[in-house]
Design a protein around this ligand. Structure first.
Ligand code: FUB
Length: 509
């Protein structure tokens, strides 16, 4: 899809409901098949990526987004692709699942029609190794949608399957399994029903549903308070989400009912359920980003509460999504421009030098960052790391609404990445949303105005408003270690931190 069509589409979507809309949570590209992983202070969200034009799936890579507050999502870029597998073809990067274990990260990745591979990484972002140089699972063309689960006794399991559900017990290495592949029976008892073939009065073969529901694909297995949950895409096309429960990871499973109805604009859906910072969330995808469809899907999330007996209620899909942050963003440490609550017209790019950044920003594009805590003393100036595009432009920094401009920064003339600074028109204290608005200097030259890598504010107590050339990714290194929300960390635990302006993986895993 051309960038400008995307911008127009996103603008239309957000104009309709910007005030209350957090879903879909990623607006910079089409994302599907959410796989959430909570690790330390951070929720890692891996997705497959849908093509921007045409019908059918052209899926070649996987993307990672992280959050520490459930409302701002940091685009960590493309973290793995078919090129990481020596044996993969040039299409088929379907629904992944990633989990940390033994000080490493394991990505279970289905390559459509070629089986399920496993990659091993040193960090949540890779780089990855393909230790087997072949598929881990390749016994049926329905070998897709893997989900890994490690039980309290240390035994790890891998479940998967489309219109068939299987599991293996993984070895401690996580890249091999013990024993046979076991098939989970798909019956009225286990998943609410199944599809049966029969001959109609003309002798034609037909299918009919026996029971009230049917397992389709996308299994997601987890344990909560001694109960095991199997959540899955159900019911044929269009899919909805249903679930089963068990007292054991190997079953028997007992069908519990429907969790979520079929999403708008997509014939598939795909679940991921996690607890994070004391709240429960369910991820899924729909086709609601403008220009979306069953082949151009977008990840969404809803918060929910389990019933007292541990069962899952019916969860409505909302446009509002998760709106209340569970943490605040610090403005006083480097924040990536690609940390976004909401954006219009914005695309991301990535390269080895800068990592991920906002690219080819046009007149009228904007980014919103929610719940930034300026503290009691407040901020007096802002710094942005930017680079001029094809045409000249400037950035307006706004507080709480796009009409409340507190600083304007001219980006024209920055041939290379440069850190620009401006005093604020007023001291900003307390918790606020920030908007970065991208504007053209000459309104007849509205496109490709700039690229934007990171920002931070200076507290009132610090002076100095000058521009500096930002070298590499360390231009604003501040001493110490910070989490992704910008909070100073003394003892790093599990997770990703910022150290010397670069991403740093905390130890131990
Ligand atoms: O993204 C391709 C496929 O669509 C996934 O493997 C299924 O779960 C469905 O979401």
């Amino acid at each position: 899809m051309k960038k400008h069509l995307f911008a127009w589409a996103a603008a239309c979507m957000l104009a309709a409901g910007e005030a209350g809309a957090q879903n879909p949570i990623i607006q910079t590209r089409y994302t599907a098949d959410p796989a959430a992983c909570v690790y330390g202070d951070t929720l890692y969200l891996y997705t497959s990526v849908d093509n921007e034009e045409g019908e059918g799936y052209q899926k070649t890579f996987w993307q990672l987004y992280t959050t520490t507050d459930m409302v701002n999502w940091t685009d960590c870029g493309t973290v793995a692709s078919l090129a990481d597998f020596s044996w993969a073809g040039d299409n088929g990067a379907w629904a992944p699942h990633v989990i940390p274990r033994n000080g490493k990260w394991y990505m279970y990745a289905p390559i459509q029609m070629q089986g399920i591979g496993v990659l091993v990484g040193e960090t949540p972002c890779g780089p990855w190794r393909d230790p087997l140089r072949r598929a881990l699972i390749n016994h049926d063309i329905r070998d897709i949608d893997p989900t890994a689960f490690v039980d309290d006794d240390g035994q790890a399991y891998l479940y998967w399957g489309n219109n068939g559900l299987w599991y293996v017990k993984l070895t401690r290495s996580m890249v091999d399994y013990n024993g046979e592949i076991t098939e989970i029976p798909l019956t009225e008892e286990t998943v609410g029903g199944y599809e049966e073939k029969y001959k109609d009065e003309n002798g034609e073969e037909q299918t009919r549903l026996v029971g009230v529901d049917k397992y389709e694909e996308g299994p997601w297995v987890y344990k909560r308070r001694e109960k095991y949950y199997l959540v899955y895409a159900a019911g044929g096309i269009p899919e909805h989400l249903s679930y089963s429960m068990s007292d054991s990871p190997t079953g028997p499973w007992k069908y519990q009912g429907r969790i979520m109805d079929s999403p708008d604009g997509s014939f598939t859906t795909h679940p991921s359920v996690v607890d994070f910072k004391g709240r429960s969330y369910i991820f899924y995808h729909n086709g609601k980003l403008k220009g979306g469809s069953g082949f151009r899907r977008s990840v969404c999330v809803e918060q929910f509460e389990y019933n007292a007996d541990g069962t899952i209620p019916h969860i409505p899909m909302t446009k509002k999504g998760v709106y209340e942050p569970v943490a605040h963003v610090s403005p006083y440490v480097r924040q990536e421009a690609e940390t976004i609550a909401l954006s219009v017209g914005v695309r991301t790019a990535q390269d080895d030098r800068r990592g991920v950044y906002l690219d080819s920003l046009d007149m009228g594009d904007y980014v919103k960052v929610k719940a930034v805590d300026f503290g009691e003393d407040g901020a007096r100036s802002v710094r942005l790391c930017v680079r001029q595009g094809v045409n000249d432009g400037f950035i307006q920094v706004c507080i709480d609404s796009q009409s409340n401009v507190v600083a304007t920064i001219d980006v024209g003339g920055t041939q290379d990445w440069t850190e620009l600074a401006a005093d604020l028109d007023e001291v900003v204290c307390g918790v606020h949303d920030i908007y970065f608005r991208f504007r053209a200097t000459d309104t007849s030259k509205r496109n490709e105005l700039m690229q934007f890598d990171y920002w931070y504010f200076l507290p009132q107590t610090v002076s100095g408003v000058e521009s500096v050339k930002a070298e590499g990714r360390t231009g604003v290194a501040k001493p110490g270690l910070y989490d992704l929300s910008g909070r100073r960390v003394v003892k790093p635990g599990r997770g990703i931190y910022i150290k010397d302006g670069k991403k740093y993986v905390g130890q131990p895993f």
